[in-house]
Design a binder for this molecule. Structure first.
Ligand code: PLP
Length: 442
């Protein structure tokens, strides 16, 4: 049998760190990453024959769990028709319509292949549309690995304790202004000084790449107000939260659910100019998108002067996976995941309390993560996220892994559930928590 250790050794000879995306290398938790060979529902199986409850769900896309029969059937049917045509196909408009039904502010959409492409294009589009150069991002928010946004980024950049990335010219980030998250006064002040030079604010709808951090009351709506007042665009990055925390993403969760913010027509009182989507929209295949105001989106080529393109954009097999995923993701799916998330948060809290581990459980809708040693303040920004007792995570993680639970291998990542997480899977996770909490206490 070829073991994970063998496979990792081979991979390390062939690929930097043995991986094709850094956090998979287990750098912050140590040990040999299991090499996965199959997934079914909430379960993953590795090359050594171990079976894990998967709380990574491919870092978000697998809202319905692994190998959902309906999604697989749609994908198989698409594969049988051919893999890629380099021409428009019917499924692109089908996926676009499904997105628009859920998020009506998406008047036009462009499919791309990764979340990075979506945010990169959104930034270029905002600069082209406004004729301005400055872009505002928040410390700890991750928007993919595009040069201009790789400063004070979360996700793997936070996990590896990097301030940004080598290879990004100073000139490229000179037009990126980084502000502390959840600090509307800092945004007001910046716009008072430089508002006429700012093309856009980009923000995670609810950050989940410095651990999960909830936007404070009125924070996103405040960004909307300030950008509108100064003729700048608001780009809401829902690559991670989109179609996961609510049928209409975090924007939907925070607007549609609050009757006080609906207008007479029942639509939300405010929306960003542009959204970016990824992960769930492709159901596990490489698809992402940007969408929003028609007049802004029509600045994109071929109608407008802002160029963007992609050999595999709108790939028919990926479109089929996305369409099927959104079609199956009905209210029951969201209710199920919300309920499982509440249950797991409660069990996690009581296991850590019983072991005397100081912590907060950070959540935004059904997304959550644990931050150690933060009960005094909670985590509202990147400085607080970085100040936590992150050393407690590695022993916690390995105790869970030994008990057959596959968590994201970083304290800065959210835990992902799916509608396929059944009683057997949940019981295994819950049974593993007390020993993991003890390990974190040591
Ligand atoms: N934006 C957010 C909020 C993300 O969480 C991610 C990835 O985790 C991205 C953008 C980048 O997406 P991708 O990894 O598909 O390039």
């Amino acid at each position: 049998m070829t073991t994970s250790a063998d496979l990792f050794a081979t991979a390390q000879r062939l690929m930097p760190g043995g991986v094709n995306s850094p956090v998979r290398a287990f750098g912050s938790v140590g040990g040999v990453p299991p090499f996965m060979v199959s997934g079914e529902g909430p379960w993953l199986r590795d090359a050594d024959g171990n079976r894990y409850v998967d709380l990574v769900c491919s870092w978000g896309p697998l809202l319905l769990g692994h190998a959902h029969p309906g999604v697989l059937e749609a994908v198989h049917a698409a594969v049988d028709r051919g893999l890629s045509f380099g021409a428009s196909t019917p499924a692109e408009a089908q996926l676009a319509e499904l997105v628009q039904q859920r998020v009506p502010a998406v008047e036009r959409i462009r499919m791309v292949s990764t979340g990075t492409e979506a945010t990169m294009t959104a930034i270029r589009l905002a600069r082209g549309f406004t004729g301005r150069d400055l872009v505002v991002k928040f410390a700890g928010c991750y928007h993919g690995h595009e040069d201009a946004l790789l400063v004070a980024a979360g996700s793997g950049v936070a996990t590896l304790s990097l301030p940004g990335s080598a290879g990004v010219p100073a000139g490229t980030v000179a037009d990126t202004v980084v502000l502390p998250y959840n600090d509307l006064a800092a945004v007001e002040q910046l716009f008072a000084e430089k508002g006429d030079r700012i093309a856009a604010i980009i923000t995670e709808a609810a950050p989940a790449n410095m651990g999960v951090v909830e936007p404070g009351d009125g924070f996103n709506a405040g960004l909307r107000r300030i950008t509108a007042d100064h003729g700048a665009l608001l780009i809401m990055d829902e690559v991670l939260t989109g179609f996961r925390v609510h049928p209409a993403g975090y924007w939907g969760l925070s607007t549609f659910n609050d009757a006080g913010t609906l207008d007479d027509a029942g639509t939300a009182a405010w929306a960003p100019d542009l959204f970016t989507f990824g992960k769930v929209i492709g159901g596990g295949l490489p698809t992402a998108a940007l969408g929003g105001r028609a007049d802004v989106m029509e600045y994109l080529a071929p109608l407008g002067p802002v160029y963007q393109a992609g050999t595999l954009s709108g790939n028919p097999v990926a479109m089929a996976a996305g369409v099927a995923t959104l079609q199956y993701a009905d209210g029951v799916v969201y209710d199920t995941i919300d309920g499982l998330s509440r249950q797991l948060q409660a069990e996690l809290r009581s296991a850590l309390d019983a072991a005397g581990v100081d912590h907060t459980i950070q959540h935004a809708g059904n997304l959550f993560s644990v931050a150690f040693g933060t009960s005094g303040t909670g985590v509202h920004d990147y400085a607080q996220a970085q100040a936590q007792e992150s050393f407690r995570f590695a022993p916690f993680f390995h105790a869970m892994l030994d008990a057959g639970v596959y968590l994201p291998p970083s304290v800065f990542e959210a835990w992902f559930l799916s509608a396929a997480h059944d009683d057997e899977a949940m019981e295994r996770v819950i049974a593993a928590l007390p020993a993991a909490a003890q390990a974190a206490a040591a």
